[in-house]
Ligand binder design. Structure first.
Ligand SMILES: Nc1nc2c(ncn2[C@@H]2O[C@H](COP(=O)(O)OP(=O)(O)OP(=O)(O)O)[C@@H](O)[C@H]2O)c(=O)[nH]1
Length: 444
């Protein structure tokens, strides 16, 4: 954050010192770096009552102490190095967001951005996109033809995307092995998802893909939000509610990326998240019934904002991407500390279920033993007015065969033998001619 003026400009109520002090203090406490906190503290001193400033400064100093302690802990844990160059496990970034929020542009930016010389592997999961502006190492369109799926199953565009994604998810174990192999050379795996967000977040295939990734790699959900479309508090609220629902459903580290900051500054959104009152004030200007709902919901969301990792970026110009990667490093740490164990348990549970199924099948075969008659009723649907005995397994031999006791009939006739011999002779002649031709060419 370079300047405080955009925030002050955005919020007229902050012109009052009594409101400004707590707001600036909140902002300072939440600020990422000590330098930003010191800048805010100076601003506060110039604008507010001395006794209040003293109290608030104390809070900020405490935050500085905690942050420096955290920084030290991070240094010893080597937090940023969690994304190691020599690590064989890439960090997966699953990019979600409403249609048009800039997911594809963001993936393009990440694929070309040089963060500590770490390399990015890209996957496109949108079967309906015409072309990807980045080089996709794995592309769903190479496996599933979305238009064919629509035609074959007589589906509309959304049904086509869901079905294509369902088909692809059956092959996702292979995708995981490809990512594992790519881990030798790549440190990040960025996954672009379909524009219709619900197709991914609320579908079986979305769950399968997310779980398969998170049981194999440190996985972070990146929720891209269009800042231009979020200036209205009700729209902002809807977007945040959606983000919140994905966070609770996915159970993974979560980063909100406020995109398109080259068009609209995102500080108003940060302020709404940090200062409940300022959001309430923005809502007061709205008179619809939705704003009443939003007022109630914002109380719930306050809890959600508390530990939220959030940053403003411009996928177009690349500003804010370095800060995004700082958030990714924190997300990796969070995955290791809070989620990894849970996903390892899930993986072990799934493996156990698979081995139980296999054991059950094996023991059934052992109990029944070889040569046990197969229960026809379990394999063939009962036809009305027909007894099971009316159905029989067809002899694979010739139906009109008069063979008895499985004796094999010699089907070769004299004519067949003659043809075979002619074919063989012509083959030998051709080979001989070819050899002669070759020898002549060598002599020349
Ligand atoms: N000014 C500006 N425009 C952007 C930015 N990011 C994306 N856009 C534009 O926003 C539009 C939508 O971007 P996409 O990347 O296609 O968005 P998407 O979320 O992948 O869209 P769907 O695939 O339909 O879901 C395009 O015209 C982009 O050029 C940005 O940071 N700044």
């Amino acid at each position: 954050m370079n300047s405080l003026s955009p925030i002050l400009r955005h919020n007229s109520k902050l012109q009052s010192p009594s409101l400004l002090t707590p707001f600036l203090c909140n902002l300072a406490v939440a600020a990422g770096s000590a330098a930003t906190r010191s800048l805010i503290a100076t601003k506060m001193a110039s604008l507010c009552r001395p006794e209040e400033v003293a109290l608030r400064k104390q809070q900020i100093t405490m935050t500085d102490a905690t942050t420096s302690l955290n920084d030290k802990t991070m240094d010893t844990n080597d937090d940023s190095n969690l994304i190691k160059k020599d690590s064989k496990t890439p960090v997966c970034l699953l990019v979600l967001g409403m249609a048009g929020s800039g997911k594809t542009e963001f993936v393009k930016r990440l694929s070309s951005y040089n963060y500590q010389q770490l390399k990015t592997y890209t996957i496109n999961l949108d079967p309906a996109c015409k072309e990807t502006p980045y080089h996709a190492h794995i592309d769903i369109r190479d496996t599933v033809n979305y238009k064919e799926v629509m035609k074959k199953y007589k589906l509309g565009p959304n049904g086509g995307i869901v079905t294509a994604l369902n088909m692809f998810s059956t092959k996702f174990v292979d995708v995981v092995s490809l990512i594992e192999k790519a881990g030798k050379d790549y440190n990040f795996c960025v996954i672009d998802t379909p524009g219709q967000i619900e197709v991914f977040t609320w579908s079986a295939s979305g769950t399968i893909i997310t779980e398969t990734l998170s049981t194999s790699f440190p996985t972070i959900i990146v929720y891209v939000m269009d800042v231009v479309r979020s200036t209205n508090p009700t729209t902002f609220m809807s977007n945040m509610l959606y983000a919140c629902s994905i966070l609770y459903k996915s159970q993974l580290p979560f980063i909100v990326v406020i995109n398109k900051i080259d068009v609209q500054d995102h500080l108003f959104a940060m302020e709404w998240m940090m200062d409940f009152e300022s959001f309430q004030e923005a809502l007061e200007k709205e008179t619809t019934y939705v704003s009443n709902l939003s007022r109630t919901m914002s109380l719930t969301l306050d809890e959600f904002y508390r530990d939220l990792k959030c940053c403003g970026v411009s996928a177009k110009t690349g500003s804010g991407i370095a800060e995004f990667y700082d958030q990714v490093a924190k997300g990796v740490l969070e995955y290791e500390q809070d989620y990894k164990q849970q996903y390892e348990l899930l993986k072990a549970k799934k493996l156990k279920e698979m081995s139980n199924i296999n054991e059950e099948r094996l023991s059934k075969i052992q109990v029944q033993g070889p040569g046990t008659p197969v229960e026809l009723n379990s394999l063939v649907a009962q036809t009305p007015n027909k007894e099971a005995s009316d159905i029989w397994l067809k002899n694979p031999g010739n139906e009109s065969s008069d063979d008895e006791g499985g004796e094999e009939e010699n089907h070769n006739t004299v004519g067949d033998d003659e043809m075979e011999e002619t074919d063989f002779r012509s083959f030998v002649k051709k080979r001989h001619d070819a050899q002669m031709e070759k020898a002549k060419n060598i002599e020349k």
